[in-house]
Design a protein around this ligand. Sequence first.
Ligand code: ZN
Length: 404
Amino acid sequence: MKKIIILLVTIFLLCGCSDKEVQSYISNDDGLISINYPVTNINVLDDAISSYVNQTYHNFKNMKSTNVPELNISYTYKELNSDIVNVSLQTEIVTDKVINKIKTFTYNKSNNKFLTMEDLVEDLNGLDYEIKKELLIKYQDADMDYLSNVSYDYFTIDDENLTLYFNPAEIKSKHKELIYLDIPLDSLKLLIDIDKNEGKDTYLSIKKRNVSLDDKVIALTFDDGPSKYTNDILNVLKKYNACGTFFLIGNKVDFYKDTLRRMLEEGSEIGNHSYDHKLLTRLSKEEFQDEINNTQEAIKKITGFTPTLFRPTYGGYTNTLKSYTDLKFVLWDVDSLDWKVKSKTKILKNVLPNVKSGSIILMHDNHRYALDALEDIVTNLKSDGYKFVTVSELLELKNLRESE
Ligand code: ZN
């Protein structure tokens, strides 16, 4: 009996920690849409998150725009301690105007309650004056009269700061970006304990393959991951001794640390696909560099590996954007359109007849369609004599061939 209980407890623990995932929907069919949000497996919290996302998506769909409309929802997720989770959903909507908003949730699993700032910080009233003073210093166009009504509904907490968010209308500022204030945790009296993240150092590099100049080579690339499908994609690649280059979205990587390490351990490459998957050509230089650098840091923290390749979101970029980074921009010449055609037969038709030596094939690992077709793609190309290489290896070979 004891053994059975221990076994059950073990299974429960294993399930409990491994089945968090990121729900991801990315499309450029009818406007540019990138939605990524966490599924925490805390039912009440997940219901609140998904109903907020659905509502936001629905509102976006009803908006009129003469520009290409864009909806971007990204998230932060932080386990404050073993009971309390803090999630933020940041939304940017671009139509003829730009709307930025944030929604945050703080949930205590042990008593099934959503927490407010009053539950977290002692003497919030005493802090009120200080917070408003800081807001006025940071946002000089804010209206003092309006400040008396600000609420502390939206906040995130990381290892260093409590960050408060305000809607521009709330403080009557003309700022279009999110309005926020960082308050160092050491300056607060907190009513809960916060576990600090212990960073684990791992240093992985890509395994090199032996390829000669005469080989027919192909690079498989996967965008918009990682996701719950990525491990199955790695299984197929491993089975056929193939590899891929995974262009990852920075805000998702923390949920799939083992998958990232596995990519490198098994000879695949990791590239950068921005942090929030926004249309880059609409960003300022600083915003663009943040998208790149935050992703570089997130990947490096988990693997020790620093990507050298960048794939622009929606394939959109300018030479000016290229000049803002040292990363090499990588596009593709064969598009599987997996996210759009959603059919194995159609994916194979989009890929196999169009491949030549040196091709870079575009697929996506945030849904199962690429996975459905992958085994057939790999076996067909293998029997046609192709060798699979990473994008870096492909570019290296191209350079060598050109210098011959
Ligand atoms: Zn993408």
